[in-house]
Design a protein around this ligand. Structure first.
Ligand code: PLP
Length: 386
């Protein structure tokens, strides 16, 4: 990528940090043995995985054995939801989640529905936040699992997880949270959150792609989805991705250590960007503006503009951004999250600008001066074509 390009798609993925790559390097090469092997080489790899597990557990305030390594955030979400629901099926068949979850959760509950589970999809308000009273009302005597994401990947809203988890646990319902967008930015203390399971993915916090982790509270029944050699205490078979796991631990430690200062700086840049864009343009709506949201995500809806053309124009101008989420395999389908919050958000094109720890004030300035003219010319083009 040329130095002049501006990357504002950190919610899709973050670049691998140099120190993380360095920490991983030996495990691609001379230390890359099988952690299940009895010999000294295998034991060295096992020690690296054990150390990573302990360091991740320290940040999550849990026991190392409560961490299960997976090959993605998607897999961690699937394991949590499908694994917990199947393990509880003798007790009940009702699962509760929200309309704004990532597809990793929504499509997992769809699979459960095909197996005979009954699913309630909770709506959210126009602010993109789940109402705890409504959540409580949705729970039934046969509810076994509830899943609410910690922070949304499209509009950045942060859900009242501790409150929701308490409600679920008081009803004997296993409570899971998709922490994939939150990890590296929000506090992952699972004890304070009171959750039974929490999923994370390394590539969202400057770690490698293809490695995730699931915290599962000790004693939470979970059916494995993958069967084989019995790794990860039988919860996720398959030879561990040693370099990936080492990289994830390193990346999480780095992100966690600088969390407060990074968040403050990034939120400041985001606020500047939003202030300049709303001053420079009419008919632009900042989604979820008044509520608690991630510092790096700005979701903006522009009336009279088409998302794909705006993204292409931005890309040609050197800015990498996204419409809603980039996770639906490059598709530009209307976002279910924007549809769920409705109102001004659903009017026109929604752009997600997601800032990262490397984003500079100069980059924000350039995008803030560039975007209004791109939007204006799209609007003129649309007016001419009718
Ligand atoms: N959950 C959320 C909220 C996400 O944002 C993503 C990725 O965008 C995922 C789950 C899936 O994680 P992964 O890309 O590691 O499969």
């Amino acid at each position: 990528m040329s130095a002049k390009r501006i990357y504002l798609d950190h919610a899709a993925t973050t670049p691998l940090a140099a120190d993380v790559l360095e920490a991983m390097q030996p495990y691609f090469a001379h230390d890359g043995y099988n952690p299940s092997s009895i010999h000294a080489e295998g034991r060295r790899a096992r020690a690296a995985v054990d150390s990573a597990r302990e360091r991740i557990a320290a940040i999550l305030h849990c026991k190392p054995k409560e961490i299960v390594f997976t090959a993605s955030g998607t897999e961690a979400d699937n394991l949590a939801i499908i694994g917990a629901a199947r393990a509880a099926r003798a007790r009940g068949k009702h699962v509760v989640t929200t309309a704004i979850e990532h597809h990793a959760v929504l499509h997992a509950v769809r699979a459960l529905r095909d197996e005979g589970f009954d699913v309630t999809l909770l709506p959210v308000g126009s602010d993109g936040v789940v109402d705890p009273a409504r959540f409580g009302d949705a729970l039934r005597d046969d509810s076994v699992v509830a899943a609410v994401m910690y922070a949304n990947n499209e509009i950045g809203t942060i859900q009242p997880i501790a409150e929701l988890a308490t409600i679920a646990r008081n009803r004997g319902v296993v409570f899971l949270t998709d922490g994939v967008q939150a990890a590296g930015t929000l506090d992952l203390d699972v004890t304070a959150l009171g959750v039974d399971a929490l999923a994370i993915s390394a590539h969202k916090f400057y770690g490698p792609k293809g490695v995730g982790a699931l915290y599962v509270r000790d004693g939470t029944p979970l059916e494995p989805l993958i069967h084989g050699g019995g790794q990860e205490r039988g919860r996720r078979s398959g030879t561990e991705n040693v370099s990936g796991i080492v990289g994830m631990a390193r990346a999480l430690e780095t992100a966690d250590a600088a969390r407060a200062t990074t968040n403050e700086r990034v939120a400041g840049l985001r606020d500047t960007l939003e202030a300049k864009l709303t001053a420079g343009l009419k008919r632009v709506h900042v989604n979820a503006k008044g509520v608690a949201r991630l510092p790096g995500i700005s979701s903006l809806s522009f009336a009279g503009v088409e998302a794909e053309s705006l993204l292409i124009a931005l890309d040609l101008a050197g800015v990498a951004a996204s419409a809603g989420s980039a996770c639906a395999a490059g598709s530009l389908e209307a976002s279910h999250v924007i549809a769920a919050i409705g109102g001004a958000a659903a009017n026109g094109a929604t752009l997600r600008l997601s800032l990262g720890r490397g984003t500079t004030p100069e980059e924000v300035e350039r995008v803030a001066s560039l975007l209004p003219s791109l939007v204006a010319s799209q609007r003129e083009g649309a007016a001419l074509s009718v």
